[in-house]
Design a protein around this ligand. Sequence first.
Ligand code: SAM
Length: 465
Amino acid sequence: MRFDIFSVFPAYLNALKLSLVGKASAGGAIDIAVHDLRDWTEDRHRTVDDTPVGGGAGMVMRADIWGKALDTAFDIDLGRENPRRVLAIPTPAGSPLTQEICIDLARNCDQLVIACGRYEGIDGRVATHYASRAEIEVFEFSLGDYVLNGGEVAALALVEAVARLVPGVIGNPESLVEESHGSAGLLEYPTYTRPLDWRGESVPQILTSGDHGRVGRWRRDEALRRTALRRPDMIAALDAHQLDRRDRATLGQHGWYWRAQPAAGEHPIRPVLEIADDPRLACVYAELAARTFPDACPPSLADADVRAFIAQHLSDEAFAAHITSPRRVIVGLRDEECRLIAYSLSVIPEGNGAAGAEDGAPVDAVLSDGERIGPLIELSKFYLDQEWRGSGLGGMLMTGTLRALSAHTREWERPYIWLGTNAGNKRAQGLYSKLGFELVGRRQFMVGEQNNHDVVMARTLDVSY
Ligand code: SAM
């Protein structure tokens, strides 16, 4: 691959004689030629610029000088038919330079000509003229959202990023595989070397365990975590099929979720949590409640009883009353299109919680270690829309619910939350134990004429699970 770089400060590009790129160019893996733009001037002062047409500050680089210079580069015989020639023009107004573009250039470009601007930049006709020539592609690129004095630094960056991907430039191609911005679509995990302890900081212990499986998992989790924190745009572009269940669970801890059965090419969403405090939202909650309640009922329940329960307890009016009640807390999750996809409803008992188990506690709960707990907040409803079950979103809803309740129980000595769920609904019980609940008792629960057997589970409000 051939690089031709044009600049009014050719010495700036001496750095290309150093390190891996320098070696690759000396060894013939790539061919780099740096040209002084002033060699194409004809006046005594070797002038390359003039004042902007239409007025304004600064100077603009002349199209006629650039044209003569660039033509000589594009006239070079590359020794093959229809070579791919690209004119790269660094400019803060260009499209961002990405690894994907560098990979394409390294694999498929025969000649990369780089025109380094200075002053206010290069006359705009240079880009349009070369773009109109069928044998030349023009790529106006930016290093980032800041302004440099000239294009030389951008040219150095482009040559280095492309050249290292040309076969034979980097000795060990393995080192390119797991890098940031590679095919995984993630930033790289942090790396460490000896000494293992330095200024009170130690290398994460798992890396010295010799367990390659666990090291690999740790690195993957770190890559996911870092990317979620630093580059949410990269997470938003991920496809569910690039990730396994564990990857998705890790991203869930950082607020990103896919539906349990994502379609090919489906990107994750970052649900938004709300505490429902406006009775006008009642119908949205009632609608989701009516849709999700039947799924939690045992099959033996008559449809008519389920419908009657919904009409009586999950109506717009019922939710409006919950929303306005100081003893009810409703937490919802909405998807990126603002659709409600999950909700919880908690009931706070009378008293401030310091009064003891007998005073207003809805259940008489005893933990597995024999400790009696109470009074308890009731988690009366906890529902995810069907397509979101098994997505990990339950964890987000639970954390949001517990946090919202904490605001109401600051004065309580040891606040606990309980829930009753149908004894036959093992899926729900599995979810609740994952969310930190333990079995503390049983109760009867009437739906219509039928007495249902519920298990009662409880956990603290402490959100450190
Ligand atoms: N007036 C120009 C503008 O506002 O778009 C800025 C010109 S800048 C002072 C001079 C030269 O620096 C540009 O022609 C370009 O070659 C280079 N340059 C500056 N910032 C850059 C960036 N973020 N990426 C790539 N090249 C840049």
